[in-house]
Structure formats: structure tokens, C-alpha cells
Design a protein around this ligand. Structure first.
Ligand SMILES: *Cc1c(COP(=O)(O)O)cnc(C)c1O
Length: 364
């Protein structure tokens, strides 16, 4: 197998997906499985479908386009750009919105394609990312949407714990429920979807405190890493080791632990600090910041420490490693969320699905 490569354990991914889909479905909540952290690798998205997820969701239209042959409704997460309204309507069934100007253009484009496009209006309930901060403005937008020929008003949603770090609770999700009730009262409109957030809303379900009326969540990180994101607690039965990065040693030598000579800045304009630890066994990996930042990777085996990285090289200290190493050996890392994001985005990283029999298949 060629290196560097990111291996995805398809069995564990399916188990995590099934556990989370089941947890939501038992409460009458649908689950939109979010594919944006791994660039919507189709083989992984197909696992979401097999596991019983209700929607596929992504923040980029080009990712949703890759998933067009998977038979699940597609949800566009990021507010659509007006300049991509046509593709938004083409490749997603529903989009999250907070600007009526954009919805007007979506309506026009949907008309041209002779389609109906679903719209969920977002409320900003404190996190300061997308959404109407004022309920009245959201209601007014819904009123106009109800008159649009090619737009179907699907409901309302909120996104929390993204910019402001606000944690979902009975108060903010209670407000969302309040908006749903106002829409019914004032516009006689039902919300088919009341989308109560992302992986940070899971503790409410795990603790049996989910606000009634919330009937959808959009989950990404919790499926991939097996943790909710409000407090970082592990979700029972799930796996945290679905993704493994393998990088290859291209140099292995004993070197001093402190640079020699007059010093300026490194490749990224920083002045790095070094501690004198004598002579050390050092390895260079064919992997760099273009593929992942060192702080987003954790060496899986004991005795390996990441010293630093430039665009295409990562230096590791392997002095305390107990196993055999030589030039050409593979070193394995566990990436965090940002690591998975960057590694799957890098065109230099091979993406490989690992099946039940251990068979490895490169993703296209
Ligand atoms: C990324 C995103 C999600 C998924 O968030 P996770 O924390 O990965 O579960 C949900 N909703 C929106 C709008 C998003 O942008």
C-alpha cells in the first residue's frame, strides 16, 4: 500500500453510525449524517445509509454532488451562496437559510429546474453563527417563503457550540420550540423539521432532557470520534479509533537535539524552542503541514514524539520507541477532528477503507 494513507475502519464506522441513529430514532428524532469532515468520501457516506441514517448533510455543494447517487435526501448545511444557487437546488433537497434574498434566488433557480427546494430557517439562539437573532424577522421570512411557488417551508433549526461555544439546553432549545409554536399560531404553519443542533446536543438525549418537539439532529464529529462535543464525553459502545494515519520514514539518524549554527526563523516564520536532551534517534516522515498539523496527530505507539513539521516533512523523536524501525517503516497516528478534515482534504493522502476481513480498498 502506498503512503501516506488514512485508513478508515468501515466496521467501526458502521457500528458508531448504528448506535447514534438508534439513540435518536428511539426518541423519535431523525438524524442527518454529516459528511463534511471527511470530504464526503462516498464509500463512507454509503455506510451512513446502510446504518439507517435519514439524511446526508454537508456544508459544501461540491461534496453533495459526489453523493448524488446515494438514495437519501441531501441537506446543505452552510448558508448557500447566491452564486451557487443553481447547484444548491440541483444537488440538495433542503438547505439551511437565514437570508431571504438568497431564498428568493433559490426559488427562481428551482423554478427553472422545475423542482421544489426545501428550506429550513435558522435561528441564532446565542452562539453568533448563522441564523436570525430576532424571532420576528424569522417569522416574517417564513411568511414570505410560504408564498413562494418553488420553495417548500420545511421548518426551523439552530446551530450551537460552534463560534460562541454555547451549550444546548432547555432554555435555548426551548426558544426554538417557542418559534415553532409561534409559526403555528401566527401563520398556521407546521414545521416538519425542528433541527436542534449538532453533536453538542447529544448530552440532552443521553440524559433524557431533550426538549420535546425537537425532531432532528445533524451529527458529524460524534459519529466519527464517538464523543459528544459539549463536554467531550464518550458515547457508550462507540469507537474512537476509526481513523488511522500511516506515514513512512524517509530518514532515520542519530542527531543532536539542539540546532547548530546561527539561528533565524523556521520555514513558517517562527522561532522554535529546543531543549538540550543530548543525542537523539530522529526520523523524518514523508508527511507535512500540507497534510496535517502535528498538534492534530497523536502517535499511537509509545515512545514516539512529534518534534515539528514543515510543509512536507514531519520530524519525530523515536529514541524511546521499543520496536524495530528502519527507513521505509510506517508510523501510525490517530488524527483528531481537524486532523481528519485536513488529511482527507489533502490530495497527497491516500484514503483507504478497511473491511471486515482486513481487506483494504482505496477510495476514488
Ligand atoms: C458541521 C455542522 C454540523 C455537524 O457538527 P458536528 O459537531 O460535527 O456534529 C451540524 N450542523 C451544521 C450547520 C454544521 O455546519
Amino acid at each position: 500500500m502506498k503512503n501516506p494513507r488514512l485508513e478508515i475502519d468501515s466496521i467501526k464506522l458502521k457500528e458508531n453510525s448504528e448506535i447514534l441513529a438508534g439513540m435518536l430514532h428511539r426518541k423519535g428524532i431523525t438524524c442527518a449524517a454529516v459528511t463534511k469532515a471527511f470530504c464526503a468520501i462516498k464509500e463512507a457516506a454509503e455506510i451512513f445509509k446502510e446504518a439507517g441514517m435519514d439524511f446526508l448533510a454537508d456544508s459544501r455543494v461540491s461534496n453533495l454532488k459526489k453523493l448524488k447517487d446515494i438514495d437519501l435526501p441531501k441537506l446543505m448545511l452552510r448558508l448557500p451562496m447566491i452564486s451557487e444557487a443553481e447547484d444548491t437546488v440541483k444537488y440538495s433537497d433542503i438547505s439551511l437559510n437565514s437570508e431571504i434574498e438568497t431564498v428568493r434566488v433559490l426559488n427562481k433557480e428551482a423554478g427553472k429546474l422545475n423542482k421544489k427546494h426545501g428550506v429550513i430557517l435558522m435561528a441564532d439562539l446565542g452562539d453568533l453563527r448563522e441564523g436570525y437573532p430576532e424571532e420576528d424577522d424569522l417569522i416574517k421570512a417564513a411568511e414570505e417563503i410560504l408564498t413562494m411557488e418553488h420553495i417548500e417551508f420545511k421548518g426551523i433549526g439552530v446551530n450551537l457550540t460552534c463560534v460562541g461555544g454555547v451549550i444546548p439546553d432547555e432554555d435555548n432549545l426551548g426558544e426554538l420550540k417557542g418559534i415553532k409554536e409561534r409559526l403555528k399560531r401566527e401563520l398556521n404553519t407546521d414545521c416538519e423539521i425542528v433541527s436542534g443542533g449538532n453533536s453538542s446536543s447529544l448530552p440532552l438525549i443521553m440524559e433524557g432532557r431533550m426538549v420535546p418537539g425537537i425532531n432532528n439532529l445533524r451529527l458529524g464529529e460524534s459519529i466519527l470520534l464517538g464523543r459528544e462535543t459539549a463536554y467531550g464525553k464518550r458515547i457508550e459502545g462507540t469507537h474512537g479509533d476509526i481513523f488511522t494515519l500511516r506515514a513512512e520514514i524517509v530518514e532515520l539518524k542519530t542527531k543532536p537535539s539542539v540546532p547548530r549554527g546561527k539561528r533565524g526563523v523556521n520555514a513558517f516564520g517562527e522561532v522554535p524552542a529546543f531543549k538540550d536532551r543530548g543525542m537523539r534517534r530522529m526520523a523524518i516522515l514523508a508527511l507535512g503541514k500540507q497534510d496535517a498539523e502535528p498538534h492534530n496527530l497523536t502517535p499511537i505507539e509509545d515512545g514516539i514524539v512529534i518534534v515539528g513539521a514543515s510543509s512536507d516533512h514531519t520530524v519525530i523523536d523515536v529514541t524511546d520507541y521499543k520496536g524495530e524501525l528502519s527507513v521505509g517503516s510506517e508510523i501510525s497516528f490517530r488524527p483528531d477532528y481537524a486532523g481528519i478534515l485536513r488529511l482527507t482534504t489533502s490530495q497527497y493522502i491516500k484514503k483507504v477503507m478497511v473491511g471486515s476481513d482486513g481487506r483494504k480498498t482505496e477510495c476514488l
